[in-house]
Write a protein that binds this ligand. Structure first.
Ligand code: SAH
Length: 348
């Protein structure tokens, strides 16, 4: 298989080309074409001689992602893509047109190994990690799509399928690459990484000192409930997760968001709200309450609106910033992993 250059940093491209006697300065031209001009073939690179273009095409490829399917929500605000890679693995990426700009949600792994009870991404386990170029390919695909309307991707969340901190090296390469001025020049502050709370890796990320936003999927106020719905909670006590979140804030100055899916009769009582309030008291953090998006394969239900409001009000009364997530795209099953599963089952 030819080496794919898409997703590599300029230095790495230089090293890849050296054995073929391609001059170092060519790497800059390549990144300008691939990332700056979104070129998808060496043929487009008109300031490279024909011999060189031929040589590059013989040794290397520029593999991105192809659209397998696309769904648009009725209100036109959410578009979901199933994007495929050369080995036929496909992942979901979502575009949400928010009042503050175009936000995208990308996947970091195909499938997921975490086994959370409420999540569709994990139903079929982990297929494989995505490399940096495959995360970048999702961004480029949606950017190209938006370009036609004179728009672009403004913010992104690493909140699609997969656990980004279990694919740490590839995710870090991706973050560094999008930040490069020759690539997307994307501000770290416009990226949020969501994790189910891999404690050591949160400290590692804090040490990188990239000011990316961090969202931690908490979903419970204590270990007992958390272990029931999130297998990873057996490994990391909830107090250690919150401590890591605090360290992240101290290292980066970025306030952590705790995500909390509200599930009827599981974690949505007044007592649960008070316990959550005590757990997060004094933290420089906010809570994002997410009434569960029911997944057909699981029998977990959404609480009534009144219960959701009551939960939020208890947190407010304890001086915890809490918002209820506005739903987008439920009519196209935009909930995590649901489209990919339908596709794998062949009835999309
Ligand atoms: N592994 C990472 C990122 C992927 S899941 C993590 O755990 O954070 C990220 C988010 O998907 C969850 O926090 C939650 O906000 C959302 N999610 C998953 N299943 C959901 C469901 N059934 N309904 C609503 N949100 C869900």
């Amino acid at each position: 298989m030819k080496k794919n250059l898409f997703g590599l940093m300029e230095e790495a491209i230089r090293e890849e080309m050296a054995p073929f006697d391609i001059k170092p300065f060519r790497a800059r031209q390549l990144v300008d074409w691939m990332y700056g001009k979104s070129a998808v073939s060496f043929d487009e690179m008109t300031n490279l001689g024909q011999d060189l273009r031929y040589k590059l095409a013989r040794e290397f490829s520029i593999d991105r992602a192809k659209q397998v399917e696309r769904w648009d929500s009725a209100d036109g605000k959410t578009t979901k893509f199933l994007l495929g890679f050369p080995d036929e693995v496909a992942v979901e990426s979502v575009l949400m047109r928010q009042p503050y700009g175009n936000s995208i949600c990308i996947s970091t792994q195909a499938g997921c190994a975490m086994g959370c009870a409420f999540c569709a991404s994990t139903l079929k386990g982990l297929t494989r990690d995505l490399v940096a170029g495959e995360m970048l390919a999702q961004v480029f695909f949606i950017n190209d799509y938006l370009n036609k309307a004179g728009e672009k991707v403004d913010t992104m969340v690493l909140m699609g399928s997969g656990e980004p901190l279990y694919n740490y090296a590839n995710v870090l390469s991706f973050l560094r690459l999008i930040h490069e001025s020759y690539c997307l020049n994307f501000g770290y502050r416009n990226v949020t990484l969501s994790t189910c709370g891999i404690v050591e890796r949160i400290y590692d990320l804090a040490h990188e000192k990239l000011p990316v936003g961090l969202a931690i999927s908490l979903h419970a106020p204590n270990d007992e409930i958390r272990r029931r719905i999130m297998p990873i909670a057996r490994k990391y006590p909830i107090k250690d997760v919150v401590k890591a979140g605090e360290a992240y804030f101290n290292a980066t100055g970025r306030r952590v968001t705790y995500e909390y899916i509200l599930i009827d009769g599981v974690n949505d009582s007044r007592e649960n709200a008070r316990e959550l309030g005590h757990l997060l008291a004094g933290q420089n953090a906010s809570v994002n309450l997410i009434p569960i998006n029911p997944v057909v394969e699981r029998c977990l239900r959404r609480p009534s609106d009144d219960r959701v409001t009551a939960f939020a009000n208890i947190l407010h009364s304890m001086h915890i910033t809490a918002t209820v997530r506005k739903e987008m795209g439920t009519d196209i099953n935009a909930a995590c992993g649901q489209l990919r599963n339908r596709h794998l089952e062949g009835n999309a």
